[in-house]
Design a protein around this ligand. Structure first.
Ligand code: BTN
Length: 253
């Protein structure tokens, strides 16, 4: 088993770990990566922490991050125009799902980008596009929180049940190997953002949302209908009694 540290991560030689910051404890890797990006940190700057005491989830939630998880944020400077930045959400979910399947767990993607095992969340993905910075005028901070070597009871989640990799497998995983596989899969998916149709085809194969009747909370309102498909830019096509909606954001209840 290799414990995570800065040298070992840098040794992976991943294009997504060109610069590595490793912390024993931090507020949030997401906030730290954003701070570094604002100061000009290049594409492939990776921030990893053993523990987060102020981890951030989607929709302003907190993200419980005790030792044993993989808590990381990446600075990305995509070469494509900002209007395509939302593609990173599906690309990352596909990359994480492929990684977890390589480790032997049958994860599925719940729209927009939660990774579930039998309905319980094992990993959250937070892709935040932020204006300002480089020639494209934006950068993206991609945060990944993976419940790796933890017991579900370590994660005192109020509103959902959690799954963890070690509980699913019945053994702990080597976090360095997990990170290596994750960076390889993310790099492969992010490297084909121009071929977004292929990423969406994989997303469709891996998802557990399409074809189902869902209730989605978005900006305080509830939309209910059939999750029919994703449009070519990755928005969810929701067919309701009052019409068809195309959603980039929201939360399935
Ligand atoms: C979600 O709500 O599903 C997204 C959770 C993302 C959590 C990760 S953990 C690493 C990074 N740092 C944070 O503060 N958040 C992200």
């Amino acid at each position: 088993m290799s414990a995570l540290d800065r040298e070992r991560i840098a040794h992976l030689k991943s294009p997504l770990a060109r610069r590595v910051e490793f912390h024993e404890e931090i507020g949030s890797t997401q906030e730290r990566a954003r701070e570094l990006a604002r100061k000009g940190a290049p594409h492939g700057t990776l921030v990893v922490s053993k523990v987060q005491v102020g981890g951030k989830g989607r929709l302003g939630r907190s993200w419980i991050s005790p030792p044993g998880g993989l808590w990381m944020s990446l600075v990305l400077r995509p070469e494509m125009p900002a209007r395509y930045a939302a593609r990173i959400t599906q690309a990352a979910a596909v990359g994480v799902a492929k990684t977890l399947r390589e480790f032997g767990v049958e994860v599925e993607i719940k729209w927009p980008n939660d990774l579930l095992i039998r309905g319980r969340k094992i990993c959250g993905v937070l892709a935040q596009a932020i204006a300002g910075g480089d020639k494209q005028g934006y950068f993206v901070i991609l945060g990944i929180g993976l419940n790796a070597n933890l017991k579900p009871s370590d994660l005192k989640l109020a509103d959902r049940e959690a799954a963890t990799l070690s509980s699913e497998l019945g053994r702990e995983v080597d976090l360095l190997k997990l990170l290596d596989a994750l960076l390889r899969n993310l790099d492969a998916e992010l490297g084909r953002l121009d071929d977004f149709e292929k990423i969406l085809a994989d997303w469709r194969k891996l998802n557990c949302t399409l074809g189902r009747h869902v209730r989605i909370r978005r900006f305080g309102e509830i939309l209910e209908g059939e999750a029919a498909d994703l449009n070519p830019e990755g928005a969810l096509i929701l067919k309701t009694q009052s019409g068809v909606f195309e959603l980039f954001e929201g939360e399935i209840e």
